[in-house]
Design a protein around this ligand. Structure first.
Ligand SMILES: N[C@@H](CCC(=O)N[C@@H](CS)C(=O)NCC(=O)O)C(=O)O
Length: 320
């Protein structure tokens, strides 16, 4: 774990000393887009872009789901880091379902960042959308990468499925905001808190938000009505990790997702959408968190459970 300062890797854990024990996530640095405008830097082309991910990471997982659902696998290839993130940050090393760095053969993900910008000061996070032509990072913010994938390549793929439809944008943005702060990032705020107060504040907000989601999903099939939107996929990648990791490792243990009948059924329904289960890898997920965060789990022992049949009937058909 560490970060790049003036292009040099420094091994440092998150500093919570100036924020009263609270974990504060930094803003992503590369925020460009891909579009069909011929004058733009990053134009729509098959094979031009590359996606760097971890199968463990909920933010990278969003991008993998959108790549799958939008038929982009033939157009955007992927390199997958090793699940353990230790002194050198994310690495490319031999491991089942991990890959080498398919573009440069680098050993470390931080080399991708310094390839883009030699003197960079930044955390080294995944996902990264890379442009092979200009050899730089287009975007390293998952919320934006999924928007690019949602519609940016439609002319190429002829897949016009829209997870951010114009008419629902306001509601999607409102839900995303709550889900991001209290759930997606909420589990990290609980897990990385270094004071009792900061931890309790995060855990209470998290379960309050989950209770609200449970109530909402008792009346409607998806977060924003009767169609699956971006808001659902953004929530899904946290839900699917919850019982396996966040409940124990991040001490989010008031309840499991399996204790929420509506959320659990909803999560299973999303898991069963064709192609999605292939993007979920519990080995990478559990190994990453339990093995990498040695200040939370110094023995690096990885729990065996939970045993859950995610392909069992989700029972959501009767809800409109
Ligand atoms: N805002 C970013 C966050 C991505 C992120 O934090 N990824 C984690 C893995 S789950 C990471 O790479 N962390 C390394 C670090 O913080 O140094 C996004 O959504 O793309």
């Amino acid at each position: 774990m560490g970060l790049l300062v003036d292009g040099k890797w420094q091994d440092k854990w998150y500093d919570t000393s100036k924020s009263g024990g609270k974990f504060e996530r930094q803003a992503s640095k590369f925020r460009d887009t891909v579009n069909s405008d011929d004058n733009g830097t990053f134009t729509v082309e098959s094979g031009r872009y590359h996606l760097y991910v971890s199968l463990a990471c909920p933010w990278a997982h969003r991008a993998l789901i959108f790549r799958k659902l939008k038929g982009l696998e033939a157009h955007i290839d992927v390199s997958v880091v090793h699940p353990e993130m230790l002194d050198n940050g994310w690495e490319f090393k031999d491991y089942p379902r991990a890959t080498e760095d398919k573009l440069y053969g680098f050993d470390y993900a931080h080399q991708i960042y310094t390839k883009a910008e030699p003197e960079i000061t930044s955390r080294v996070t995944v996902p990264v959308l890379w442009d092979k032509q200009t050899e730089t990072i287009v975007n390293n913010e998952s919320a934006e990468i999924i928007r690019i994938f949602n519609s940016g390549f439609d002319a190429l793929t002829n897949n016009h499925d829209d997870y951010y439809p114009e008419a629902l944008r306001e509601e999607i943005d409102t839900i995303n905001n709550m889900v991001y702060h209290d759930i997606n990032n909420g589990v990290y705020k609980a897990g990385f808190a270094t004071t009792q107060e900061a931890y309790e504040e995060a855990v209470n907000a998290l379960f309050h938000a989950l209770d609200m989601v449970e109530e909402r999903l008792s009346k409607q099939r998806y977060l924003v009505g009767s169609q699956i939107t971006e808001a659902d996929w953004r929530l899904f990648t946290t839900l699917i990790r919850f019982d396996a990791v966040y409940h124990g490792h991040f001490k989010c243990n008031k309840k499991q997702i399996a204790d929420y009948p509506n959320i659990f059924g909803y999560m299973k329904e999303l898991y069963q959408v064709p192609g999605v289960a292939d993007t979920v890898n519990f080995d990478h997920i559990k190994r990453h968190y339990y093995y990498s965060h040695t200040m939370i789990n110094p023995t690096q022992v990885i729990p065996v459970g939970p045993e859950q049949d995610l392909m069992s009937a989700h029972g959501r058909e009767s809800i409109e």
